[in-house]
Design a protein around this ligand. Sequence first.
Ligand code: RTP
Ligand code: MG
Length: 145
Amino acid sequence: MTATAPGRILILIKPDAVTRRLTGEILRRIEAKGYGLTALRVTTPTPELLAEHYAEHVDKPFYPGIVEYMTSGPVVAAVAEGQRVVEGVRSLMGPTDPTAAAPGTIRGDLGRDWGTAVIENLVHGSDSDDSAEREIAIWFPELAR
Ligand code: RTP
Ligand code: MG
């Protein structure tokens, strides 16, 4: 019997999480679930890189807030792999709004509303296999397929 090929996901530990020293806790949950890290980097993204990454949001009213948030400090970028890793990591993360995210999820356990202009929610994970490949090529050009 042949196993299905592992997938990949781009994960960002966002500046609020790095500032709050939650990097290890978030990566711990992803590793404890059973996914393997294949790349890891600490970086402060430029507005140009963010415009590529958030191409679907650049025209939204909250986009300037995203840039302010995501350039407010270092981000930890990672690639994880495993079968159905996009589905699995998105499930671990919980939905966008941390106040509404269920306990047991990363956003539900560790996040809240801080009254900021844009939703600060600790972590990003690619939302499809196609998004993952697009985003990995932006953050880790050396791993582009
Ligand atoms: P992500 O892309 O970061 O994994 O989060 P997501 O899929 O759950 O959310 P998405 O709709 O893709 O939005 C990207 C990020 O923009 C910020 N956001 N703020 N109304 C708002 O203030 C608002 N809406 C979105 C969040 O940081 C969200 O994660
Ligand atoms: Mg998204």
